[in-house]
Design a protein around this ligand. Structure first.
Ligand code: CTP
Length: 221
């Protein structure tokens, strides 16, 4: 039984949600990502006939019915899970809000607050998941998300070129109704030639549709 749709026969990998970086067994560093944007993209890609793998940090969302879900917790786990898919990916979409730093020494036992009035955490960089993907041969179409609070287009265009992304999806997370937790978003989609498309404030499903339309155009070339 063949799958139909414009993305039939394509393998699409989406990362979504936050990651958690352990301080000790009961505490972690994370961010307010809900995972909604990435789940909307995974669902829409599956509906267009793609074979979808959704590598997801912890969320409260129902996984899309026709996507394969790979649950992860940390940036390191996300990196390993994505790396295992190398070689069979046509499109990679990095919608996850990966923590950029993690505690260098995650404590094996719960830190007792009686130990100190102040606590300093030493942090180190986490692996750049999408950065590894952009180095794969053959290289999939790589779509990155860029959260900016100023100079949206200039910063995102520079990021696209520096990181080898084919499309950048930039949102101004300081604007009302945009970004992390809600059901709406407003993004500017930027391509390698520097052309930009502003979606205006729309549902995350509509953003997903616009991003996939652009990916289809790139696959057709
Ligand atoms: N990303 C990733 N692995 C990381 C960090 C980010 O895969 N360890 C991906 C996200 O999924 C997203 C994009 O990279 O697609 C976000 O990049 P961003 O963190 O905005 O880029 P930076 O250059 O780190 O941002 P800035 O320079 O503004 O700190």
């Amino acid at each position: 039984l063949g799958v139909t749709g414009p993305l039939a026969g394509k393998r699409v990998v989406v990362t979504a949600g936050p990651t958690r970086e352990a301080i000790d067994p009961v505490r972690f560093l994370s961010n307010p990502s809900s995972g909604k944007m990435g789940y909307a993209i995974a669902d829409a890609a599956a509906r267009r006939g793609a074979e979808v793998v959704l590598v997801s940090g912890p969320t409260n969302l129902e996984p899309p019915a026709s996507a394969e879900i790979v649950p992860v917790t940390t940036a390191d786990e996300m990196n390993v899970a994505v790396r295992e898919l190398a070689g069979e990916v046509d499109v990679f979409i990095g919608a996850a809000a990966v923590a950029d730093w993690r505690p260098v020494h995650g404590a094996r036992h719960k830190l007792k607050k009686s130990d100190a009035a102040r606590l300093s955490l030493e942090l180190e960089r986490t692996p750049d998941v999408i950065g590894e993907v952009a180095g794969w041969q053959p290289k999939p179409i790589v779509v990155g998300f860029a959260a900016e609070t100023q100079e949206l287009v200039a910063n995102a265009t520079e990021k696209l070129a520096r990181k080898g992304w084919d499309l950048g999806v930039a949102n101004d997370v300081s604007a009302e109704g945009v970004g992390f937790a809600g059901d709406t978003n407003r993004v500017t989609i930027i391509d390698a030639s520097g052309e930009t498309e502003d979606t205006g404030l729309v549902s995350k499903d509509e953003v997903a549709a616009r991003v996939l339309d652009r990916i289809e155009q790139l696959l057709d070339r």
